[in-house]
Design a protein around this ligand. Structure first.
Ligand SMILES: NC(=O)C1=CN([C@@H]2O[C@H](COP(=O)(O)OP(=O)(O)OC[C@H]3O[C@@H](n4cnc5c(N)ncnc54)[C@H](OP(=O)(O)O)[C@@H]3O)[C@@H](O)[C@H]2O)C=CC1
Ligand SMILES: O=C/C=C/c1ccc(O)c(O)c1
Length: 319
């Protein structure tokens, strides 16, 4: 039942951001150390899906009850007993350690085959940022060529939403608080349009122009201007975690618009996403670092100076 593997390389994805609380500026450190990839070195006798030598990845969770309706429908991330890969308490009482390890033992259900030829270092961010936007985009049928997509926030999640949007044949508009990201959005990621969200006129010009919006913004921001950009029956999905959201019900009712949320994805969705990325040559933009660069990496994350994920090469760090 268990898959036992030694990581040839382990990967951690880190994010850090400042979040205003009601009274204080609190510094939240999110060391997202869950996603990792490596090579299988040992399989238990009941393992059927993997063999020694396979390239595999582990996402943001490593266990769930396997028995509830959600698990039965491959919505394991929504299982009430889901165990997260980092700082979770597993069923045997152990605290999960995420990606800062050279070895992991994991049930094969929570292990994903990285397709042949897909460069391993790109796989880890897919297991969080990639699936977090791919899942709602597929669920809400945003893969209809010719439709229009708005992506709010150009960071780890946002740049993946742009990549999927382009691969789906959508007309993509990036909404950003950072004027400096114009070149990246248009010339590198290939978005059709870039809107500076602090520019009221540019924002108003987008009224009723979008079919879909994926909102990845990490900080607090008004929702009404974005909802008003949706056409009739348009769909806005929130995947970011600002501290709170406020909106006028009229922004939803007029135009019969839809607002939804989403969190990463189930095991089948994750495997499909990996295969889609391999088939369409979709790669997250990453910077590979060694562990001794971690303090500088943290400093740079505070300054929002990373495009868009640090990937820690644990194996080469330990040599
Ligand atoms: N639902 C889920 O399963 C998951 C959710 N998350 C959450 O998604 C969010 C984004 O994660 P990630 O992409 O990794 O983070 P990043 O820091 O890489 O990117 C977030 C982007 O949001 C924009 N932003 C930040 N603050 C604000 C603000 N106040 N108003 C508007 N835009 C803002 C910035 O883009 P710009 O400069 O372009 O404005 C920033 O680059 C986080 O809240 C994270 O916790 C992450 C993983 C999974
Ligand atoms: O699989 C679930 C992961 C959820 C998640 C929650 C918060 C956050 O900041 C993330 O990066 C992921």
């Amino acid at each position: 039942m268990m898959l036992h593997w030694r990581l040839s390389i382990a990967v951690s994805v880190m994010q850090m951001y400042i979040r205003p609380d009601t009274n204080t500026m609190a510094l939240f450190i999110r060391l997202f150390l869950g996603m990792k990839y490596g090579v299988v070195t040992e399989v238990g006798s009941n393992v059927t899906q993997f063999k020694v030598g396979d390239h595999v990845g582990v996402g943001t969770y490593v266990n769930s009850c396997k028995d509830c309706e959600r698990c039965s429908n491959f919505l394991e991330v929504h299982c009430k007993k889901v165990v997260f890969t980092f700082n979770g308490i597993d069923y045997d009482g152990t605290i999960t350690k995420g990606g800062y390890s050279s070895l992991i033992v994991v049930h094969e259900r929570y292990c994903f085959k990285i397709p042949d030829g897909y460069p391993l270092e790109f796989a880890a961010p897919l297991l969080c940022a990639g699936i977090t936007v791919y899942k709602p985009m597929m669920h809400h049928k945003m893969n209809q060529p010719g439709k229009s997509l708005g992506v709010v926030g150009l960071g780890g999640l946002g740049h993946m939403a742009v990549k999927f949007g382009k691969a789906f044949g959508l007309n993509v508009t990036v909404f950003s608080t950072s004027e400096s990201k114009w070149d990246e959005a248009i010339n590198i990621l290939g978005a059709e349009k870039f809107v500076l969200s602090s520019d009221t006129q540019q924002m108003q010009e987008m009224e009723s122009k979008l079919d879909f919006i994926v909102d990845t913004a990490a900080g607090d921001h008004p929702l009404d201007p974005y909802l008003n950009m949706l056409d009739v029956h348009g769909i806005m999905v929130l995947v970011g975690f600002p501290s709170e959201i406020k909106l006028s019900p009229i922004s939803l009712s007029i135009g019969a618009r839809n607002l939804a949320g989403s969190v990463t994805g189930g095991t089948k969705d994750i495997q499909s996403m990996l295969e889609y990325c391999a088939a369409h040559k979709i790669y997250p933009k990453i910077e590979v670092i060694k562990i001794n660069y971690i303090n500088e990496a943290l400093e740079r994350m505070i300054k929002n100076d990373v495009k868009y994920r640090f990937v820690i090469d644990i194996e080469n760090s330990l040599k």
